[in-house]
Design a protein around this ligand. Structure first.
Ligand code: ATP
Length: 537
């Protein structure tokens, strides 16, 4: 179905893809793995004719579709050729509804209006389109109101909408999936992958990028490993059915990606599950947050000084709402007490100045200044809130950025966080997704927060960099005394670093577990169920 011959791509002097050769059959799911910045998204962007590729000098090499050579200059051409893409950072129109986004350009219209007014002026049959959308969403087994605006959806639901839009296209020849599951919890990932696995798309050639190697090994037929823009290894996965073989092939792929083996971070000294004696740093009283698709209602919860708390649960049950609500991003009610005083969470500058910081999961929309350099992104909040990185006052309160200090510090961050970039001046929107996430974290850490809320810190991060990030979170907790609240879909990571794990269900705290608790018990709590005493035994 798809054949790539010697595909190369340069950004200025830097060659980010070097003579990529790849063949994918109809019905084949081909995994593409590699470190952050290895060139995976660039390859898919070429195949989907993304404007960024054309604007930066295009690509070299040949693309064949069903044996015919094609040139892809823009996304319109790609769509016409039968190529669909689910983007890492969404390509949805925020002010339109789920229905409008899924069916855009393919809406059902009233036949008579089409006859008299022509296709482009025909009246859209809203009811028929609504039913069609509901059917598509049912195919994905997802409960979602088709009339909600994209703007009001959580990140995981946006992923489902993108996926629904692509798989509902007839005559889809090639489907490009750029980390479609990175924002999803295990259950939602399974729903989505089931559609791929069930051969619903049996004539389509699929390329799947994922940093979750278990996922790649479970559903892909083949996998190619990209390192520094080159394919360094490929594996035929059809032979690896048993769990033991899967584990060994995962290790093999990981080594091939990174070039060395990875040591998983494990916290040694943990705090005991809190008792009444421990000092409380923050209290939520009757706290509700009306975050669309992630509401929490009337929770009462203490955060203890110096702990690392994990917040887990299925998407849509409120896991992400605590941090987002804390920063007044969505309407809320109730009270937040910090250091024995009521906090005015509508005053973000004051919240930040008190040493409370949020690293949001939606980094592109609320975490980064995309058009600014890595350095500006890292120092921005410390300059604004804490007057850091400024040269001595020039006149009254007027001062300039201390360039040397800022650039030395940024270089340190690049090293510490292993941010793969050309230099400190590179604009953040030209960094790979995982490296953007590292910039967000570097800024958060630069604030030396007393309390750090992090939503999905390792989303889109490669397997080696994940360990760096977990290590840094442990480090600021142990050495700076930062209290850390991590909302994450990665239960394994929460178990490795947290003192306790709070499970949210239907917007409430369902239970709080010690990290030693068996996975099954925690996962059951995700659905609001508990093991009986005899089952525990
Ligand atoms: N517009 C651009 N200008 C300059 N460099 C760019 C641009 N877009 C991407 N790059 C560089 O190309 C390289 C490959 O990036 P790409 O997004 O393909 O990586 P990736 O393998 O998808 O990483 P991730 O896993 O983090 O998503 C990176 O070094 C990135 O900085």
């Amino acid at each position: 179905m798809l054949k790539l011959c010697n595909i190369s791509k340069r950004y200025g002097n830097i060659e980010v893809l070097k003579k990529i050769n790849l063949e994918i059959k109809p019905g084949e799911i081909h995994g593409l793995v590699g470190e952050n910045g290895a060139g995976k998204s660039t390859l898919l962007n070429i195949l989907f004719g993304m404007s960024d590729i054309g604007n930066s000098g295009g690509y070299k090499g040949d693309i064949f579709l069903e044996g015919k050579k094609v040139t892809i200059q823009n996304s319109n051409q790609a769509v016409k050729l039968g190529i669909g893409m689910v983007h890492q950072e969404f390509a949805l129109i925020p002010y339109l509804t789920v229905r409008e986004n899924i069916l855009m350009g393919r809406e059902k219209v009233f036949p008579l209006s089409k006859k008299f007014l022509g296709e482009s002026l025909a009246y859209i049959d809203k009811e028929k389109n609504r039913k069609k959308t509901v059917n598509i969403l049912q195919r994905l087994n997802i409960k979602l109101d088709s009339e909600l605006k994209i703007l009001d959806l959580s990140v995981n639901l946006k992923h489902f909408v993108e996926f629904a839009r692509e798989i509902s296209k007839e005559s889809l020849k090639v489907l490009l999936l750029d980390e479609p599951t990175s924002a999803l919890c295990r259950e939602d990932t399974e729903k989505l992958l089931k559609v791929l696995h069930n051969n619903d798309l049996k004539d389509t050639a699929i390329i799947l990028i994922s940093h979750r190697l278990e996922e790649i090994v479970s559903i892909c037929h083949k996998v190619s490993v990209l390192r520094n823009g080159e394919i360094v290894d490929s594996f035929n996965l059809s032979n690896f059915k048993s769990n033991q073989l899967k584990t060994s092939v995962i290790k093999h792929i990981a080594r091939s990606m990174i070039g060395h083996t990875i040591n998983k971070i494990q916290r040694n000294k943990r705090k005991k599950l809190q008792d009444k004696e421990d000092p409380v740093i923050m209290t939520f009283k009757d706290f509700s947050v009306h975050m669309p698709g992630e509401m929490i209602s009337s929770i009462n919860f203490n955060i203890y000084l110096g702990e690392i708390v994990g917040i887990a649960g299925l998407s849509g049950h409120g896991k992400l709402a605590l941090g987002n609500g804390m920063f007044g991003i969505y309407p809320y009610s109730g009270h937040v007490i910090f250091d024995n005083q009521q906090l005015d969470i509508t005053n973000t500058a004051e919240v930040l100045a008190k040493g409370i910081y949020l690293l949001p999961d939606d980094r592109r929309n609320s975490g980064l200044l995309l058009d600014r350099s890595i350095m500006e992104n890292i120092i921005f909040t410390p300059v604004q809130i804490k007057n850091e990185f400024l040269a001595p006052f020039f006149y009254n309160n007027l001062s300039f950025i201390d360039r040397k200090k800022s650039s030395d510090y940024t270089k340190q961050c690049i090293k510490k966080f292993d941010i793969r970039c050309h230099n400190i001046k590179q604009k953040v929107n030209s960094l790979s997704g995982g490296n953007q996430q590292k910039v967000c974290l570097a800024r958060a850490i630069t604030m030396h927060p007393k309390i750090l809320f992090v939503n999905e810190p390792t989303r889109g991060i490669d397997i080696a960099a994940k360990e760096i990030i977990l290590h840094i979170l442990l480090d600021i907790n142990q050495n700076l005394g930062t209290t850390v609240i991590i909302a994450s879909s990665e239960l394994d990571e929460l178990k490795r670093v947290c003192d306790r794990i709070v499970v949210m269900h239907e917007g409430k705290i369902f239970n709080i577990f010690s990290p030693e608790t068996d996975d099954i018990e925690i996962i059951l709590a995700f659905s609001g169920e508990m093991l009986t005493e005899s089952e525990k035994v």
